[in-house]
Design a binder for this molecule. Structure first.
Ligand code: GTP
Ligand code: SPV
Ligand code: MN
Length: 584
């Protein structure tokens, strides 16, 4: 069903001619189409059936071992002016990048099928949603995009009505890391990705469109595209506060979005509703509040660590109709990963017989792809076209030392500084060393499609007369004790921290003022039933002045490196806190 939109039809024709694809398949998004694709992939060995008695509709995909995570060093923003991409991005001149990519794409789909995937990021009837079309030669990408987005005929109709869409061109190529690039052309609303079949490199609706291109558009149009989960917290009175939280990759977004309250909270009537687990698009509504949608329709979640005590909602979600990527399997062919249970796996993620000496059985960045609707805590308001109103924004990182469990920013400008100065230890979600502390402002270091200096200025610009902005907080679930173990139980018990935040929003909860913001004392949080050691209490709720003074020096250096476009208001805020830290 070729398109009535000339721009779309001409682009598809041009790509078909360039790549030499033998067949063009326009995706309609139907179940029949999905089933047929899965069948073909099974025949070709791209998908392996899992145990369909325990896991109906579940499949395993094993990636090329050199293609298991995002590749930040091969990801570029190709704006006309390098200053617009900023020092936070790798940059290449658009003409050079197009030439490089065109040379790779020339003839690359000969003998293969080219799939045309129209998709909508966000509810199909929402004014906040935006559409795109991905062309790919990977049926695995098609199947994942069907789980992750609103894909097919409805999206194509919206694109034809609106006349504008993001163009994403993707090919697996040779899966050669030396011939792998993820290029973004924000001024042309275009993405070109070659040489990887993995998640954020290949499912172009996700990080490439919904964060890098969308953040650029959002700046022009007055909204925000963020690497945030969205969760609804219902108190015993039945009121729901929605919280948006930015944690870097593999730092707890999916887990917080699907949190199950501790028993005592459940008994009192607390409930948690999942709206989104990775990406949040927000804009001010008529009443001055920020309204958020989840542009995605599924979860591409980290498997390791997902277990019956950590995230039972995720486990229930993945019992059927799920694609697993790079997990291990048991001897009866069930999917398995570290942290699931104490069974011993039979085969590791490469398909070898499991040998503990070979490292983890499941790849540390192994993932599940599944429709959001299957989550037991999926919010009845997740598809509201107007979005949900946000009461609090939370920033957080993986910090073994210094950073306490939670603190609250004094106002919006301070909150933007808290986000801008976030630090976190690197994880397996991207290739490279794990556990290295780096600045990851608002968890957007790998995803902001433009200059961070302009991004922080854009954030500051929301503080306008009449705006009813959310309060901003910072959390750290990953503080460690002298023995190297986590001091905070995390997971369900994180609700104790969210309860305190809601208390602050409603003006009910206590805190003490410190230079870095308002910190709860142990008495301000409900810690009933937890046994926290004296060391844990001190480190989770304490304020370490000398350490923070050093931290603010490092933040000052970082802000200085952003260049002349960095907003003065942010530097002034930083200077005032640094002075207070020095004086007290
Ligand atoms: P991306 O999908 O890469 O953006 O990751 P994410 O931010 O959604 O992270 P996710 O929730 O998948 O968690 C990543 C890892 O952190 C998993 O192994 C979790 O088990 C672990 N984790 C999540 N929440 C907590 C927590 O509160 N405490 C501790 N100690 N670990 C956690
Ligand atoms: C992340 O790395 O933040 C992810 C996984 O959510 S990916 O889709 O690969 O970006
Ligand atoms: Mn993510």
């Amino acid at each position: 069903m070729p398109s009535t939109l000339a721009e779309l039809q001409q682009w598809v024709d041009a790509v078909a001619a360039q790549t030499g694809a033998s067949r063009i398949h326009w995706c309609d998004g139907s179940q029949e189409e999905y089933d047929a694709l899965v069948g073909e992939m099974q025949e070709d060995g791209i998908l392996l059936p899992l145990n369909h008695e325990t896991h109906p509709g579940c499949w395993l995909h094993r990636s090329d071992p050199d293609d298991v995570a995002r590749v930040e060093h091969l990801t570029f923003v190709c704006s006309r002016d390098p200053e617009d991409a900023g020092s936070n991005n790798h940059w290449m001149a658009p003409a050079e990048a197009h030439a490089k990519m065109d040379a790779l794409f020339d003839g690359c789909m000969r003998g293969r099928t080219m799939y045309v995937i129209p998709y909508c990021m966000g509810p199909i009837d929402s004014p906040l949603s935006r559409c795109g079309v991905e062309i790919t030669d990977s049926p695995y990408v098609v199947a994942n995009m069907r789980l992750m987005t609103r894909m097919g005929a409805d999206a194509q109709r919206r694109i034809e009505r609106e006349g504008s869409f993001v163009k994403g061109l993707h090919s697996l190529g040779e899966l050669d890391p030396a011939r792998r690039f993820i290029m973004h052309f924000p001024e042309e609303l275009t993405i070109k990705s070659y040489g990887s079949g993995y998640g954020g490199n290949a499912l172009l609706g996700k990080k490439c469109h919904a964060l890098r291109i969308a953040s650029w558009q959002a700046r022009q149009e007055g909204w925000l595209a963020e690497h945030m989960l969205i969760v609804g917290i219902e108190n015993p009175e039945g009121q729901v506060h929605y919280i948006a939280a930015a944690f870097p990759s593999a730092c707890g977004k999916t887990n917080l979005a699907m949190l199950i309250p501790p028993k005592a909270y459940r008994d009192k009537g607390w409930k948690v509703w999942t709206v989104g687990d990775d990406i949040c698009w927000m804009r001010p509504g008529a009443d001055g509040r920020l309204y958020a949608i989840n542009p995605e329709a599924g979860y591409f979640g980290v498997a390791p660590g997902t277990g019956d005590t950590s995230n039972p909602n995720a486990l229930a979600t993945l019992q059927r109709d799920t694609i697993f990527t790079n997990v291990a399997v048991t001897d009866d062919n069930q999917p398995w990963w570290e942290g699931l249970d104490d069974r011993v796996p039979a085969k590791d993620w490469k398909g070898r017989d499991f040998e503990p000496g070979n490292g983890p059985a499941a790849h540390p960045n192994s993932r599940f792809t599944v429709s959001a609707k299957q989550c037991p805590s999926y919010s009845p308001h997740a598809e509201d076209p107007q979005g949900v109103p946000i009461s609090a924004i939370v920033f957080g990182g993986r910090r073994a030392s210094l950073v306490p469990l939670v603190f609250e920013a004094r106002d919006w400008t301070h909150g933007v500084l808290v986000g801008a100065s976030m630090g976190s230890e690197t994880t397996a979600a991207a290739t490279g060393k794990v556990g290295v502390m780096r600045r990851d402002p608002m968890a957007m270091k790998p995803f902001c499609g433009y200059n961070f200096a302009d991004y922080f200025a854009h954030w500051l610009s929301f503080d306008q007369p009449g705006a009813k902005l959310p309060k901003i907080f910072h959390v750290n679930w990953f503080r460690k004790g002298d023995d190297g173990k986590f001091l905070w139980p995390g997971f369900g018990d994180n609700l104790r921290v969210l309860e305190w935040m809601i208390g602050r929003v409603e003006g009910k909860a206590g805190a003490r003022d410190t230079p870095i913001g308002a910190l709860p004392t142990a008495a301000d949080l409900d810690l009933d039933g937890l046994s926290l050691s004296p060391e844990a209490r001190e480190k989770l709720f304490g304020f370490e002045r000398a350490g923070w003074a050093a931290e603010f020096e490092s933040i000052g250096t970082y802000l200085g490196e952003l260049g002349s476009r960095a907003p003065d208001a942010l530097k002034r805020e930083h200077g005032a806190i640094a002075a207070r830290l020095a004086a007290e």
